[in-house]
Design a protein around this ligand. Structure first.
Ligand code: GLC
Ligand code: GLC
Length: 814
């Protein structure tokens, strides 16, 4: 069952009924000001940090779901009826409801008693505000006398504190209202130099800033007393719950349309210019007023929308593909790239599943996110890499997370996730391949943000590499630490106290438990580092990196191979995990996927065996499960992985983040059919038809689909913010379609299904537009390339020597 459809031409997903199985969300903003918006206008906004600079309130665990939002009400002043064109919060039965989620905007509209209303929400580029454009049309044959209301509830900045610290917070709320603009200034009197504002383009017929005045006692957002009565009360909040509501009059002749602009924004004043007059307590509005005036002008709002559209056109034009498979095309050309922007910006902080109050930006997550993002905004990727590296510790270790506002490592969680540092090499390598900007390696970057500790970024990569070598276990495999990629494989935790964090509780000295996954990551990252060193002419270093890589491969062969597949780990007793000897958890995808991706076992048949075993034991029609058999009980020596009921999350769920590793592994074996088959099983667009089972948005990947051991097999959870976005993008574009960045140029190495006749693509790479056409003439993966009509040796297209900006590549597969 479907709940809408893809409008590929407009790059929109159109939801046609408001009661989707779960809130289906979109993101507003792609730089510093962000918002989450659901298909019924639920969600919230924040500036940079979803916890510390939250602008509006959201209610978690609410029933019904998804409360707190950007709510518009219309009231027919004759019949006295009122409703919400976005369905929530009044939930009237609407005609022609649609929600169009697009690239950086969402438009929700409907018709009710012949009044059509649409609101388009977006954040203009380079501004810290969001625009709501409300368009109302009278489709009646008679004049309509309406009132329009727009409302938001302010959050008192720190979303965690706001949800818990009532003894203080019910006293601190403050607002100002000037020239019809509502300013939220809680704590501005003391240490904050920022405030929020809510403005309206029409002369107001009333406002409210105190929630209780707006809603009335004991009422909810579905039935505000003021909206019911048709008049706001001009309340000024003193403490309690400050909010913003505007009322406008709408008198519409038959057929007449009117547009009203609402602005919700964030502004920071210079610390020494907070007040006007200077020794007063009144917000200095000199700097913000021109911004407000600009965007309240509908023509400027439209122009800003047009700019946003062009921005996305240009971002997406960097890679466009035309294959016979519509699901591949629309994910690659539109939605998967778009999701990569969201994961780059927000890491795992704010979604319908991430509360925005828990997590900072993850070190490993953010490095992996670069794989799907770096081509879109290399300069932002560069900045991110340098920020991440600056949190690295002198040992080469890494804080597991850092806070986006301070850019400091997060001490509460600390480090000791032994895979973390290696991802920096993977991220930097992706950046170098995309940009050819070798200068980044010489950029001085501190350790742990300590002034004076600066060393070239290249030094950071070396320390990342040594970090693993300095921590080898009894089999010479890397020690796992608190966890590796699998945050829930906590082999040194041994926690029997409810509520303890599995990630930060460590009861063992950590000298025994080893990870085959980190070994594979080390081999992969080590090869990348060697290639970088080689490119810089550092022969000695290249040789020594490759020697360490070869040693590690040998160790994996000896101690990481179980006969039919790769082992996953050794626990604190030195016992195998992910082995046929185990009762449960006999085979894991991470080691099969990452060993083969890293090229381990390609030469001796073990890679093929491992992926055959994956297909046999782990692949399901909804994707590849993480391990089998699922853990049926809690294992003290394994940690969080066994805390989940079978089939969910890391305990044998279909963890979509790791599926692409097996896809890439398959391409390394030359098996395009298998690779694309796995790709299609979890492709959200290909799952659109089973929307009532899948339940999450069909336009973005979810972290997890319930595995075959779960009663809800096939049901997705945790959509949007997941490494799944970057890895699937990377797998399909660079390994299956095989349009791959390399240090020396654009590599063309498709491993597509045998039945696929070929494809065409455009890739803008290092300033050159490559038009690529691939034609299949035989069933294999051998490629013969001609570049601007001339055959070339090999499959790497070097940047044009003569400075041409357009290059045509033709490839024949046989
Ligand atoms: C989550 C985390 C990621 C981790 C994965 C597996 O997606 O964000 O860091 O690798 O779970 O546990
Ligand atoms: C929890 C989640 C896991 C995630 C981890 C990150 O353990 O289950 O998926 O990776 O938190 O902190």
């Amino acid at each position: 069952m479907k709940f809408g459809y893809f409008d590929d031409l407009n790059r929109e997903y159109v939801i046609t009924q408001p009661d989707t199985p779960l809130p289906w969300i979109n993101y507003l903003g792609c730089q510093a000001y962000f918002g989450i918006i659901s298909n019924t206008a639920g969600g919230y906004s924040f500036y940079r940090d979803a916890r510390l600079r939250r602008l509006t309130r959201y209610r978690y665990n609410n029933v019904p779901l998804d409360f707190g939002g950007r709510y518009v009400y219309l009231r027919d002043n004759e019949s006295k009826e009122f409703w919400s064109p976005s369905w929530q919060p009044t939930r009237h039965e609407l005609k022609d409801y649609t929600c169009r989620h697009g690239m950086g905007y969402t438009a929700i509209g409907s018709s009710y008693s012949a009044i059509e209303a649409h609101t388009r929400y977006f954040v203009p580029l380079d501004e810290n505000l969001e625009i709501w454009q409300l368009t109302v049309t009278n489709r009646r044959t008679t004049k309509a006398t309406l009132s329009g209301f727009a409302s938001i509830e302010f959050c008192l900045w720190d979303a965690q504190d706001d949800a818990t610290n009532f003894q203080r917070n019910l006293n601190t709320g403050q607002v100002e209202v000037e020239d019809g603009v509502i300013y939220h200034k809680t704590e501005y009197r003391e240490r904050r130099n920022h405030f929020a504002y809510f403005a309206c383009s029409e002369p107001g017929a009333g406002f409210d800033t105190q929630r209780e005045a707006f809603l009335g006692r004991n009422r909810g957002w579905d039935k505000p007393a003021t909206v019911e009565a048709g008049q706001l009360t001009n309340s000024i909040a003193h403490g309690w719950s400050p909010m913003g509501a505007h009322q406008v009059k709408l008198e519409l002749e038959p057929g007449e349309t009117k547009q009203i602009v609402f602005l919700l924004g964030y502004h920071e004043n210079p610390v020494d210019q907070k007040f006007d007059p200077p020794n007063s307590q009144t917000i200095n509005k000199i700097l913000v007023k021109p911004v407000i005036a600009k965007y309240l002008d509908p023509s400027n709002a439209d122009a800003a929308f047009e700019r946003l559209r062009q921005y996305w056109d240009s971002l997406l034009s960097i890679f466009q593909v035309d294959t016979p498979d519509i699901h591949t095309n629309r994910m690659v050309n539109i939605w998967n790239a778009y999701q990569c922007m969201a994961t780059f910006n927000l890491s795992r902080s704010a979604s319908f599943y991430e509360s925005g109050i828990g997590r900072g930006l993850g070190f490993r997550d953010s490095n992996q996110d670069l794989l799907g993002f770096v081509h879109m905004a290399p300069s932002r990727a560069r900045e991110r890499i340098l920020d991440l590296a600056a949190t690295q510790l002198p040992t080469g270790g890494a804080y597991h997370q850092y806070q986006p506002l301070t850019k400091r490592g997060n001490n509460d969680i600390g480090g000791g996730f032994n895979d973390d540092p290696l991802w920096l090499i993977v991220g930097v390598s992706a950046y170098l391949k995309e940009t050819g900007d070798w200068s980044i390696l010489d950029q001085p970057v501190p350790y742990d943000n300590e002034p004076g500790s600066e060393a070239p970024l290249y030094d950071h990569l070396q320390r990342s590499f040594s970090y693993t070598l300095d921590r080898l276990g009894p089999h010479r495999l890397p020690l796992i630490g608190r966890a590796d990629w699998n945050d829930c494989l906590n082999l040194n935790c041994f926690s029997s106290t409810p509520g303890q964090s599995f990630q930060t509780t460590t009861n063992k000295d950590g000298k025994v438990a080893e990870s085959v996954f980190i070994a594979a990551l080390f081999v992969h990252a080590g090869r990348e580092l060697a290639a970088i060193a080689n490119h810089r002419g550092l022969d000695g270093e290249t040789t020594s990196y490759l020697a360490e890589v070869a040693k590690m491969e040998e160790v994996v062969r000896q101690h990481g191979w179980d006969g039919e597949w790769f082992l996953r780990a050794y626990d604190d007793f030195g016992a195998k995990i992910g082995s046929k000897e185990c009762e449960e958890g006999k085979i894991f995808i991470e080691s099969q996927g990452f060993c083969t991706l890293a090229g381990i076992g390609l030469d001796d048949g073990t890679a093929k065996k491992a992926l055959d075993a994956t297909r046999k034991h782990l692949a399901t029609r909804h994707g590849i499960v993480l391990q089998q058999p699922a853990y049926s009980r809690y294992y003290l020596n394994l940690g969080e992985i066994s805390s989940y009921p079978p089939g969910y999350k890391e305990n044998a769920g279909i963890f979509c983040h790791v599926n692409p590793w097996a896809m890439i592994g398959e391409t390394r074996l030359g098996r395009g059919d298998e690779a694309h088959d796995y790709y299609s099983r979890i492709n959200p667009s290909a799952r659109e038809e089973i929307g009532d089972l899948h339940r999450c948005e069909p336009y973005v990947y979810a972290q997890m689909i319930a595995g075959k051991d779960a009663p809800t097999f096939g049901e997705a959870k945790n959509s949007w913010l997941t490494g799944t976005a970057a890895w699937n993008y990377y797998a399909i574009v660079q390994w299956i379609l095989g349009v791959r960045t390399s240090l020396d140029g654009l590599e063309i190495a498709p491993v597509i299904p045998k039945s696929c006749p070929g494809f065409t693509a455009t890739r803008i790479f290092r300033g050159v537009v490559y038009s690529i056409s691939i034609e299949r003439k035989g069933e294999g993966n051998h490629i013969a390339l001609t570049v601007d009509g001339a055959p070339i040796e090999g499959n790497i297209v070097a940047p044009p020597a003569d400075g041409r900006k357009e290059v045509s590549i033709k490839g024949i597969l046989s």
